[in-house]
Design a protein around this ligand. Structure first.
Ligand SMILES: C[S@@+](CC[C@H](N)C(=O)[O-])C[C@H]1O[C@@H](n2cnc3c(N)ncnc32)[C@H](O)[C@@H]1O
Length: 217
């Protein structure tokens, strides 16, 4: 499929299903002003995250990779009142921008942005014996996805949901190489997970969002 057609489809889906309000538009504008990379979920994928959160009935969500707080805002919008998100972010400047955006969106009491490598954040959550999560969204550095799956799995309740972004391998000549390929193999062979992968347009290319239910202990 040619790239121009894909870009048109992406634009259509964002305009028709994403329909960013002023808060989400301002979140993107602030990320641009703060010179954050333009790697947040698309408007349509953000809406998908909101719908999946609401569908799952989640009240406690774990996010890996906050960036400027765009996806956290979408997830927060799918939570019931009193819902909580812990979002792990390596970069101080990204986290500061996210906190500003999340405050403007009215979710300061909902989203707890924690700075540091996600693997350390996950170890701290485990060590503190924090309650299990109903849903996790993996969207940090791709090389660590297989490790993130191992560490996130025990932190999610049975019956809960594990989502992961960017799960279309880049190199289709060797799709099982690299963090994403290895993650896809591990997730689809995991006896405690039931996974589906939904293609998502990203500008003029095709990426994907993985959606798994934790069916095991
Ligand atoms: C794709 S962006 C996240 C986008 C965000 N979820 C959204 O859609 O709005 C990935 C983020 O992961 C962060 N990151 C990279 N390596 C990390 C690590 N080891 N631990 C935690 N965060 C990391 C990056 O700084 C970046 O902000």
């Amino acid at each position: 499929m040619d790239n121009e057609l894909l870009a048109r489809m992406d634009h259509y889906l964002d305009a028709q299903f994403g329909r960013e309000d002023d808060v989400l538009k301002e979140t993107r504008a602030e990320m641009a002003r703060e010179k954050l990379p333009s790697i947040a979920v698309s408007a349509a994928e953000g809406r998908a995250l909101q719908v999946l959160t609401a569908l799952s009935g989640a009240t406690r969500v774990l996010e890996l990779g906050t960036l400027g707080g765009y996806s956290a805002t979408c997830i927060a919008r799918g939570l019931p009142p009193g819902g909580k998100i812990i979002s792990l972010e390596l970069d101080e400047h990204h986290a500061a921008t996210a906190r500003k955006n999340i405050a403007r969106a009215g979710f300061s009491d909902t989203v707890d942005v924690r700075v540091g490598p996600a693997l350390e954040g996950l170890a701290a959550i485990k060590a503190a014996g924090e309650p299990l999560f109903d849903m996790a969204f993996i969207d940090a550095d791709k090389d660590n996805y297989p490790l993130y799956l191992e560490e996130v799995y025990p932190l999610v309740k049975k019956g809960g949901v594990i989502l992961a972004d960017n799960t279309m391998p880049r190199n289709m000549h060797a799709p099982n190489d690299g963090g994403i390929g290895k993650f896809n193999v591990a997730a689809t062979n995991h006896p405690g997970l039931l996974c589906a992968n939904f293609p998502m347009l990203r500008d003029d290319s095709i990426d994907a969002l993985m959606v798994c239910i934790k069916v095991g202990d």
